[in-house]
Write a protein that binds this ligand. Structure first.
Ligand code: NG1
Ligand code: ZN
Length: 534
């Protein structure tokens, strides 16, 4: 057979490091970049199988480690509609990555192909891209070796944000169908979003400027590019931390993860009170806002805030468009959402709220059950999904008045502004700007909608995190025995106390989350629960 022979030759160039165990987790494979060559090569093999399984539909491969340090890298697969790899295939990625030597790899590959009944004569197409990390170029070459060994047609899109690659995959696979998503080029991405932004703004104009911290990652150059497509003078975007020529600066003391976990502005920030600031992560799929209040206190507007902002705005548009009877709207969160945001959505906005396990794929699937499904993780990953029925209802509704017509036009524009494939920091940021302009809100008004409960997130190193088994959307532990009872007892002691512990899907640690009515109670609760899991 020719394939095993080509495969054997190619894999010899990318030997697996001894004693390494890899796992395709919530965000694909992620580790020190110098250990990743064999993994990326093998991901190429799985991408080929997945594309062949879909008879040549295009699969994406993104090389990035998002908010992790510059010396790390990672790789993940993108499914035909631009969403994350279907969960049942993660085990095959893990299986291939861990095959001990070249022969074992060929065997594993054949085993997977057979188990999944992949027609190896079907065409295979893969597109790939990488973030700005120094290691990306070499890893992309390892991927190409894998693709070539299996006769895959491929396109290297070079450096892109993660959501741009997801967008491209969706465009390619929907081209010529009724669900055509857009022009499958980087320019097509900017054009689609910029046009939608202009139409969604309608006659409004944002007040003041927005300063965007790009974490010294790929979001910097791509946001600069996007700005060229936006209507001149409409929005004053000031791009900072956009140095991609110093790869060692990536995610260091800046970006979305920094402000969210440190609860303070980056040391380099020149923020003055009341100004809007947005922070992206290293691959531009996460965004949070912050500002300094009158007393120069740092105020974070996180993913929960973007979700409530979007829910309020979209809910109102649906009502004004007279579509409330046809379009259901709901919000999806994880257990990390601040309890105050959940209460606000449920009690004040009267919206259905669903809680899922951590990880975008869980939220994405739950959001698909609404006509308009708004999903955000507290850390800023998220988007809004519109069902085909919702899109059709919006498109076919006859305007009854000029005002009704303009509402429908804005609603349509918003559906085009929001990346339907995956959470997209640039698109989400432009959405937030549109909404703030329509509401004529300053960041203070946005913050005033509800008051966050004091909260604490602690990373706990444990001997074996696999013993921590969670249930109920990861809000409760079923193992180790007795741990949950202790957590419940502790949480019950504090006003509005809520806490949970779960094994991280991306790091070798257990995360403890706690919130309570006051900072003191919250910290005491967190300390107590840390003791339980340690
Ligand atoms: P883990 O390491 O499983 O907690 C983290 C984030 C997730 C998600 C993933 C993927 C927290 C508490 N967890 O997951 O929300 O973003 O990384 O990147 O923020
Ligand atoms: Zn990211």
């Amino acid at each position: 057979d020719v394939i095993p022979k080509a495969l054997l030759e190619a894999t010899a160039k990318h030997p697996k490091g001894k004693d390494l165990v890899f796992q395709y987790g919530t965000a694909g494979f992620r580790l020190k970049a110098n250990l990743l060559g064999s993994v990326v090569f093998r991901v190429g093999l799985l991408a080929a199988l997945r594309s062949r399984k879909f008879n040549g539909q295009t699969i994406g491969v993104m090389i990035t480690a998002s908010h992790n340090p510059p010396e790390d890298n990672g790789v993940k697969l993108v499914d035909p509609m631009g969403d994350m790899l279907e969960g049942t295939w993660e085990q095959y990625a893990t299986l291939l990555a861990n095959a001990g030597n070249d022969e074992a790899l060929v065997e594993a590959y054949e085993q997977v192909a057979e188990e999944l009944k992949v027609n190896l004569n079907a065409p295979a197409r893969v597109v790939f891209a990488r973030d700005t990390r120094a290691s990306g170029f070499t890893l992309a070459a390892a991927l190409v070796d894998g693709l070539k060994a299996l006769n895959v047609e491929y396109v290297d899109f070079k450096i892109l944000t993660t959501p741009q690659l997801h967008y491209l995959v969706r465009c390619i696979n929907t081209k010529g169908t009724h669900f055509e998503y857009g022009e499958p080029t980087e320019q097509g991405y900017y054009q689609k979003i910029a046009t939608a932004f202009k139409n969604a703004m309608a006659d409004k104009k944002p007040k003041g400027s927005v300063t965007v911290d790009c974490a010294n990652g790929v979001g910097g150059p791509k946001l600069h590019e996007m700005i060229k497509y936006l209507p001149p003078g409409m929005l004053d975007i000031r791009v900072v931390n956009d140095d991609v020529l110093k790869p060692e600066a990536l995610n260091v003391q800046c970006g979305a993860d920094f402000v969210k976990t440190q609860q303070r502005p980056p040391p380099s920030s020149k923020a003055a009170p009341h100004e809007r600031h947005a922070s992206l992560d290293g691959d531009a799929d996460r965004v949070v806002y912050y500002f300094l209040d009158r007393e120069s206190n740092f105020r974070l507007l996180d993913g929960d805030r973007i979700a409530t902002l979007a829910a309020g705005f979209l809910g109102n548009l649906v009502k004004l468009a007279d579509l409330s009877d046809e379009i259901t709207l709901g919000v999806v969160q994880t257990a990390y959402a601040n309890g105050a945001s959940t209460k606000y959505l449920t009690d004040v906005m009267k919206l259905p709220v669903v809680c899922t396990s951590t990880g975008v794929k869980h939220l994405h699937h739950a959001a698909q059950r609404f006509d308009i499904g708004i999903y955000f993780e507290a850390n800023g990953h998220g988007t809004v999904l519109f069902s085909p029925d919702a899109l059709k209802a919006i498109e076919t509704r006859q305007p009854k008045s000029p005002h009704h017509a303009s509402t429908l036009k804005i609603l349509t524009a918003v559906t085009n502004l929001i990346n339907q494939a995956v959470g997209d920091a640039i698109s989400d940021m432009l959405l937030a700007e549109v909404i703030l302009a329509h509401m004529e809100w300053k960041p203070e008004n946005w913050l005033a909608t509800y008051t966050d409960l004091p909260n604490r997130l602690v990373r706990v190193e444990v001997r074996d995190r696999t013993i921590f088994k969670a249930t109920d959307s990861e809000r409760r532990l079923e193992s180790p025995k007795g741990a949950q009872d202790e957590i419940d007892k502790l949480a019950g002691k504090f006003c509005l106390g809520r806490s949970f512990a779960r094994a991280s899907g991306t790091e070798d640690a257990v995360r403890v989350y706690a919130e309570a009515a006051t900072r003191g109670e919250c910290d005491e609760l967190a300390r107590g629960v840390v003791m339980v899991v340690q």
